[in-house]
Ligand binder design. Structure first.
Ligand SMILES: Nc1ncnc2c1ncn2[C@@H]1O[C@H](COP(=O)(O)OP(=O)(O)OP(=O)(O)O)[C@@H](O)[C@H]1O
Ligand SMILES: [Mg+2]
Length: 250
């Protein structure tokens, strides 16, 4: 995935706002990159551009050799947005199988057993027939993550996928994601506000400051993840950089 000199501007509150300014980011196939940065730095904007939901004013984005927005067809991406965007008129079961169903009825059939096992693994087995409005925030988030995983795309964009979860469920799903990444060789771009999550799951941690969003640090982590002895100093370093990047409260 290559983001090349990408700029994105909005009108916010009646005034122009530069959300991203000539941002460059490369993620090699099979990498797991976490994006950390203060609220408003442009993390979700960056993911929206990679997914082709927004168009940059300048620069370009390529995914698996396809230029997003120019090549025909959707980029080979599964995107879990910050807002879960479950369809309120479909049950949990029909929501999680949306991606396969859009491909074909046969795909929906093929992935049904996997949907069932993910619902069980994520603690939602009793809720397949429930409507999204009947779920808690954390349950909705788990359903949205299952829907994303069932898209079976090589590139995963995850925007704070564990933000609404309790600590135990969060740990379990982090381990599930780590296993999936190792076993299926996915490329992952994860937005999180949790420094330990970023340090424990990723091959690289990218710190974004802004707006306008710009990369302040691109930190490669030791192969196999930081050791217990390395974790403390890395955590302290990232927290100190994030503190410096976060605007003071008015
Ligand atoms: N659709 C939009 N219209 C206008 N302004 C927008 C839009 N989307 C984002 N912005 C602005 O762009 C900036 C970056 O927003 P973005 O959602 O990318 O931040 P973020 O880093 O994901 O923050 P958070 O951690 O709070 O989710 C913000 O100042 C926001 O107000
Ligand atoms: Mg965001």
């Amino acid at each position: 995935m290559a983001v090349e000199r990408v700029s994105k501007r909005y009108i916010a509150g009646g005034a122009p706002l530069a959300a991203l300014e000539r941002l460059d980011l490369r993620v090699a196939p099979g990498e797991f990159v976490s994006l950390l940065g203060p609220s408003g730095a442009g993390k979700s904007t960056l993911l929206n551009l990679v997914a082709g939901l927004e168009t940059p004013e300048e620069g370009r984005v390529c995914v698996e050799g396809m230029e997003v927005g120019r090549s025909s067809g959707a980029p080979p991406i599964a995107y879990m947005q910050q807002k879960d965007l479950l369809l309120p008129w479909r049950t949990v079961w029909d929501n999680v199988l949306l991606g396969p169903e859009l491909r074909s009825g046969a795909e929906r059939e093929r992935l049904s057993p996997r949907a069932r096992s993910l619902l069980a693994e994520f603690g939602l087995e009793g809720f397949a027939a429930a409507w999204p409005a009947e779920l808690s925030g954390g349950m909705r988030q788990r359903a949205a993550l299952i829907r994303t995983l069932l898209c079976e795309q090589p590139v995963l964009l995850l925007d704070e996928p564990f933000g609404a979860l309790d600590a135990i469920t969060r740990g379990r799903l982090q381990r599930h994601l780590a296993r999936l990444w190792r076993e299926l060789n996915k490329t992952v771009l994860l937005v999180t506000h949790d420094v330990d999550e970023a340090l424990l799951l990723s091959t690289r941690v990218v710190l974004l400051g802004g707006p306008p969003g710009r990369i302040e640090e691109d930190l490669a982590l030791p192969p196999g993840g930081p050791s217990a002895a390395e974790l403390g100093p890395l955590r302290a370093h990232v927290l100190q950089r994030l503190d410096a990047l976060t605007p003071a409260a008015p």
